[in-house]
Design a binder for this molecule. Structure first.
Ligand code: PBG
Length: 331
């Protein structure tokens, strides 16, 4: 082909962007309501709907208030929720995490019969339930990995028994997926899906979540168990270990600063991949939008498209309900 002819064909990219219909037809990355999961915070008490500091538009709900809220989510086309318990009392050993009548089992028993189609995912961690706010039990000032494993396994078994479709260990303890998978099988919950928070980074972007759940560590930080940013090879190792231990799905968290990790995980592994667009990522967009500094709808569309484009099958986001409505309207 002559050089001039080649340029006439290949060099004119704008031809394909001329009208809205052409652009829509040629869109490479599409978002679908089915891929959105809404995180849900559940508190003790009755009649409580409390807006979370730093997360305008996101609230904690008491169990009795949940059906109304879940109607809204499912009405918007949401198929999955990720449940977080916010108990009134906490202790050194985080007993609320694995108590049979703890907040998450009670929530699951209350909602599952009325929302059988909703995919109920339950976060499995200790930090919302421990008085010190760390993700496992302590040995001195350290988190004791191996003494935490049976407690996470007990929690997962209780959640599965109470009706969770998916249990999602987020404590970043080594061997947590294997411990949970074994315990689920031994207790007859073979069908419960395990979604590993496999590449979970020690991130500044969890701060609003910790105020929502009252789970900030009372001393130190989580850097001895959560991953340091920028270690993509280590992230692949964490994901590989979770897959070998029996994770049905894996996750990269947070999403925006880790799109490279999402993209590489997509290339390397065949299990479904979730990305968690975390609390601080919500807060920064929301704050800018409320100040009129950003157009919220356009910004949310762009961010979720980027996460999807990087390779996430599932996006866990506090924008889920709103984004789902926008997707239905065709943005
Ligand atoms: C529990 C957990 C955290 C998040 C999800 N599960 C907090 C943390 O690790 O401190 C954060 C989610 C968010 O910021 O939206 N370990």
């Amino acid at each position: 082909m002559l050089e001039e002819q080649r340029l006439r064909i290949e060099g004119r990219a704008r031809r394909l962007r001329r009208t809205e219909s052409i652009r829509r037809m040629l869109r490479e990355t599409r978002l679908h309501q089915d891929m959105l999961v809404a995180p849900v915070f559940v508190t003790e008490g009755e009649g409580r709907v409390e807006e979370i500091e730093g997360m305008p538009g996101v609230s904690r709900h008491s169990v009795d208030e949940l059906p109304k809220y879940l109607e809204r989510l499912t009405g918007a086309g949401i198929r999955g929720v990720l449940l977080f318990g916010v108990p009134d009392s906490k202790d050194e050993a985080g007993t609320g995490a694995y108590a049979r009548d703890g907040i998450i089992p009670r929530t699951l028993r209350a909602i599952k019969p009325s929302f059988p189609e909703l995919v109920a995912m339950a976060d499995v961690c200790m930090c919302e339930y421990t008085s010190h706010g760390h993700c496992g039990v302590l040995a001195g000032k350290e988190v004791d990995n191996d003494r935490t494993l049976p407690l996470l396994a007990r929690a997962a078994v209780e959640y599965a028994r109470a009706g969770a479709d998916v249990v999602a260990p987020s404590a970043m303890m080594d061997g947590q997926v294997l411990a949970i998978r074994k315990a689920l099988e031994e207790s007859g919950s073979d069908d419960t899906i395990v979604m590993g928070y496999s590449a979970k980074h020690a991130s500044a972007f969890y701060k609003p979540f910790r105020s929502a759940a009252g789970s900030a560590p009372s001393f130190g930080d989580r850097r001895s168990y959560q991953m340091q940013p920028g270690n993509r090879r280590e992230a692949m190792r964490e994901i590989r270990l979770d897959v070998e231990e029996g994770a049905d799905m894996v996750m990269v968290k947070p999403a925006l600063a880790y799109l490279d990790v999402i993209a590489e995980a997509r290339r390397r592994f065949d299990v479904p991949l979730a990305a968690y667009n975390v609390s601080g990522e919500y807060s920064m967009l929301k704050a800018a939008a409320l100040n009129g500094w950003l157009d919220e709808k356009l910004a949310v569309q762009e961010v979720l498209t980027g996460i999807r484009g990087a390779g996430a099958d599932l996006i866990i986001t506090y924008f889920a309900e709103q984004a789902s409505r926008w997707i239905e309207e065709g943005w």
